[in-house]
Design a protein around this ligand. Structure first.
Ligand code: DAK
Length: 257
């Protein structure tokens, strides 16, 4: 059985498919993710990517602990490098990525969700960075992205205690954008994806890149980046169409995918 499913379309879905191991990420799955993301990056027909986990118990329960138990220092560094590349690729994709979190999102699972733009969580979702309980620390970017998303105090609490939080808390802490009934999860994620797919792809791309700059640049560098990206939108057909449509009181017809 394939351990990573990919359903291609204007709204594409990537599903980690190891439900018996609560969708834990082994090196083969992370490598497969890297391959799929490379294809997504170059496929202009895909407007939004949804990432989820198979079954009703887990999004991703972290890196595969049994596989990690067998790894040498070199294997561990290689695995970490691969994981970082995959997380960076999610962030650098020119399209929005939505994590549809259906259950446990632990360790690498919370970190994959953090590399996505938006998180829709089922009421059954649980988030956490329990690596400390394994004598490890987050290795998929959690020490950097989690404080950025939810603030230092809460990130320190999660990373140092290894405690899990439920979906409601994740929403209150600004980690999840929405919490929905489990049976509504994929429909809600798709509805959000459709809303994003109805926007100008060019403007979304510029917005995503500028938001990413807030993570990688100082505030003054980021503001300069924003000026350039904002200026660039003024040269686009979608800016002409969007502003004209507003003046004419009609819906815009975007040209850029
Ligand atoms: N790895 C491997 N197998 C896992 C797993 C995991 N992370 N989580 C669960 N499983 C397996 C269990 O071993 C069990 O398998 P069988 O015994 O049935 O063969 C099956 O899934 C069902 O799990 P449980 O029987 O434990 O189910 P419970 O309901 O009792 O408990 C649980 C659910 C999620 C609370 C529990 O399974 C649990 O605590 N799991 C471990 C969670 C965890 O510590 N996750 C963090 C892993 S460390 C990297 C990326 C990331 C990382 C490192 C490098 N790169 C690629 C850069 C980060 C490390 C981590 O994520």
């Amino acid at each position: 059985m394939e351990e990573l499913l990919f359903d291609k379309g204007e709204i594409a879905t990537m599903t980690v498919n190891r439900p018996k191991a609560l969708n834990a990420l082994n090196p083969a799955v992370v490598q497969e993710m890297a391959k799929v993301l490379r294809d997504v990056r170059h496929d202009r027909s895909i407007r939004v990517l949804i990432v989820t986990g198979a079954g009703d118990r887990a999004f991703i329960a972290g890196a595969d602990i049994a596989a990690m138990a067998q790894m040498s220092v070199v294997d561990g560094m290689e695995f970490c490098r691969l994981g970082h590349r995959v997380a960076a690729t999610f962030e650098d994709l020119p399209i929005p990525v939505i994590a549809a979190v259906n259950g446990f999102a632990l360790g690498g699972g919370t970190e994959v969700a953090l590399a996505c733009d938006l998180i829709v969580a089922s009421e059954k979702a649980r988030f956490g960075q329990p690596e400390i309980n394994l004598g490890l620390i987050p290795g998929f970017g959690g020490t950097q992205r989690l404080p950025h998303r939810i603030g230092q105090a809460r990130a320190r609490e999660l990373i140092m205690t290894g405690d899990m939080i439920d979906a409601k808390t994740a929403y209150e802490w600004g980690l999840a954008n929405k919490v929905v009934a489990p049976e509504q999860l994929m429909a809600e994620a798709r509805a959000l994806a459709e809303k994003l797919a109805s926007k100008s792809g060019f403007a979304l791309r510029q917005a995503k890149a500028a938001l990413r700059a807030s993570f990688t640049m100082t505030e003054s560098e980021g503001l300069l980046y924003e000026q350039s990206a904002f200026g660039l939108t003024f040269g686009s057909a979608d800016k002409a169409e969007g502003t004209q449509a507003f003046v004419e009181k009609r819906a815009p017809k975007w040209l850029h995918r």
